[in-house]
Ligand binder design. Structure first.
Ligand SMILES: Cc1cc2nc3c(=O)[nH]c(=O)nc-3n(C[C@H](O)[C@H](O)[C@H](O)COP(=O)(O)O)c2cc1C
Length: 296
């Protein structure tokens, strides 16, 4: 019988909190958190996660998330949604990466990629971890059938677009190597807020993935990134950038785009504070030499 001890979100939160940091104040300066991703410079290595259905959180919630990301100088991911929705997100001027679901119908996948391109998306991708349901069948999301993808199917999606292609839901060295093999531009190391029980925390497997990927693909991390300190720990263990999802929903609900902007800016302010106190002047300097592991 499953219990809370196998809840992947709780395990992931616990793992973040088990990582401790030393301090190096001498010679430290105010750091620069600017980052270039796929040729575009952003002010922070913190992106909004590939959320969807944010109309349930705030009116025009998806466009407001994009607006908030743009105002904060952050990259914005988007989950499933209509043509009008991705258009409204891109119309804010935000750089939006559209994550397309692993629809069973590959023609429909290609259609959704085209739709994002035409809306002016900055990138596209797929959440490969959403193919199966909790009862061992192929999933059906909002009436749309899903199916797992073979490597050659994934390759055909990557090759179908000139936009950067990001594969979301990578939680093994094997899948990371396969993403490299087909020329993906980036991966999101994620368990999709607990899509499987007892999933390894993304930060626990991240160093292994970084060791094989190196600088050949951008590595994003999501799941339970709630603060600048969380973001720092992910960067220290090998991520280029992080995505934050559920943490921006309450401010979106309360204050719309401004709420999202302020939340991102405050997370980045905290990240800067940790960089100052650990002696790293720029993102690319950050390494794991300041990280300690409390008994887990
Ligand atoms: C309301 C909501 C909708 C989501 N929709 C999608 C989606 O359409 N596509 C996707 O790849 N991930 C989706 N996700 C998952 C997030 O992108 C992310 O992987 C997950 O929430 C973990 O990050 P977090 O802990 O910061 O929320 C959704 C998450 C939430 C909370």
């Amino acid at each position: 019988m499953a219990n809370d001890r196998t809840d992947s979100n709780l395990i992931t939160r616990e793992y973040f909190d088990s990582l401790l940091l030393e301090m190096r104040h001498i010679d430290s300066v105010i750091p620069d958190t600017a980052i270039t991703l796929f040729g575009e410079t952003f002010q922070m290595p913190i992106a909004t996660a590939a959320l969807s259905h944010l109309g349930n959180t705030a009116p025009d919630g998806m466009a407001k998330m994009a607006q908030g990301a743009k105002e904060a100088g952050a990259l914005c991911f988007s989950g499933m949604g209509s043509a009008e929705e991705i258009q409204s997100m891109c119309a804010t001027g935000a750089k939006v990466i559209k994550i397309v679901k692993p629809h069973a119908d590959n023609e429909y996948v290609l259609f959704k990629i085209r739709e994002a391109e035409e809306a002016g998306a900055f990138g596209v991708g797929m959440d490969i971890d959403h193919a199966f349901s909790a009862d061992g069948q192929y999933d059906n999301v909002m009436g749309l059938p899903m199916k797992s993808k073979t490597l050659s199917e994934l390759r055909s999606f990557v090759e179908s677009t000139r936009l950067p292609f990001i594969i979301k839901g990578v939680l093994s060295v094997q899948d990371a190597e396969k993403c490299l093999e087909i020329g993906a531009d980036g991966i999101i190391v994620s368990h999709h807020h607990g899509i499987m029980r007892s999933a390894v925390p993304p930060l626990m497997i991240l160093p292994k993935i970084k060791a094989v990927v190196g600088d050949r693909m951008k590595i994003f991390v999501d799941c339970c990134v709630e603060s600048g300190t969380d973001a720092f720990k992910a960067l220290a263990l090998g991520a280029d950038a992080v995505c934050t999802g559920r943490a921006i929903m309450p401010p979106l609900k309360e204050n719309g785009a401004e709420g999202v902007r302020d939340r991102l800016l405050s997370m980045n302010g905290e990240l800067k504070g940790v960089m100052e106190r650990t002696g790293f002047a720029k993102l690319s300097d950050i390494d794991d030499s300041v990280v300690y592991q409390r008994k887990f």
